[in-house]
Structures are given as structure tokens and as C-alpha cells.
Design a protein around this ligand. Structure first.
Ligand code: MG
Length: 167
């Protein structure tokens, strides 16, 4: 199973509520609204978790971390990514590269994109050069454009782990 690359896709949306801070990609973004959810509602990390799991057909984030489980209340979504990555590694894979799109009408994310890339690289034990982060507005239409929600999409490529030669 581990002799060819695997690709995974993830998507997530959360509603915006009054009051900050906003957490995106494991980074605190200055804003007067936050994402509402059972965990910390970080849409980027949720989409990433689903992409990692999906690449190996290991189910989805809701199966691993139910949103009605007490232990997941207000949970740091970095935990979800780390657990998904552990399963990736157990299966003999590592992250080749990741590409993400964040859909947010506000705030302007360009000052935060590099910090998000760095945090995602740390979480995935890879380099910042392997992480793409792009931001789009909602063009003032739809739930994103009306500032009702923020969405994220991620595509990840997994490659077989490089094995060290044994004697
Ligand atoms: Mg979610």
C-alpha cells in the first residue's frame, strides 16, 4: 500500500460570532469576531485534518473527534491534526505538500499567511516551502461575503516515508 502517493481533500465551514480572537491555521488573528464551534472551531485545521484522513481513506474528523464529546469541548484543533498525522505516519506516509484556501470576507489575511504557513509546517513536521496558503474574500455575497461564516479547503499530497537503509 505504501509504494505510491496518496492525495486528500478537506473542507470546513464555521459560523462567525461576536468577539475575538479569531483562530485560523493555529494562529490568533486580530478580529472582533470568532468562529463558533464545539472545539476551537479552527476551520483551517479541521479541513487539514480531513485532508490527511481522506488521503488514506481513514474516515473523517467527526468520526475521530465527535462534536458531542465532552473531551473535545473548546479543544485546541492542533490536537486533531497531530492525531491525524500520527495515523499517516503509522501507515508509512509523510506529507509531501499541502495547499489551502481560506475564504474570509474579513479580516485581511495577507499579514498572517506566513505565520499560518509556519504553524502548519510545524504541525506537519515539514518545511514552510511545502505549505501553500491562499486567502479569498466572498465578494460580499453568500455566507462568507456577508460575514456570517469562514470556510477553508485543503489538498494534501502524502508520499511514502523515506526509509533509512538498514544493515
Ligand atoms: Mg469544523
Amino acid at each position: 500500500m505504501t509504494d505510491f502517493p496518496r492525495i486528500g481533500i478537506g473542507h470546513d465551514t464555521h459560523r462567525l460570532g461576536e468577539g475575538g480572537p479569531l483562530k485560523l491555521g493555529g494562529v490568533e488573528v486580530e478580529f472582533d469576531r470568532h468562529l463558533v464551534g464545539h472545539s476551537d472551531a479552527d476551520v483551517v485545521l479541521h479541513a487539514l485534518t480531513d485532508a490527511l484522513l481522506g488521503a488514506l481513506a481513514l474516515g473523517d474528523i467527526g468520526e475521530l473527534f465527535p462534536d458531542d464529546a465532552e473531551e473535545n469541548r473548546d479543544r485546541d484543533s492542533s490536537d486533531f491534526v497531530s492525531e491525524a498525522l500520527a495515523r499517516v505516519q503509522q501507515a508509512g506516509y509523510e506529507v509531501g505538500n499541502l495547499d489551502c484556501v481560506i475564504h474570509a470576507q474579513k479580516p485581511k489575511l495577507s499579514p498572517y499567511k506566513d505565520a499560518i504557513r509556519l504553524r502548519l509546517a510545524e504541525l506537519l513536521k515539514t518545511s514552510q516551502a511545502a505549505i501553500g496558503v491562499k486567502a479569498k474574500t466572498g465578494e460580499l455575497v453568500g455566507p462568507v461575503g456577508r460575514l456570517e461564516a469562514i470556510s477553508a479547503q485543503c489538498v494534501v499530497l502524502l508520499r511514502p516515508q523515506e526509509t533509512t537503509a538498514s544493515i
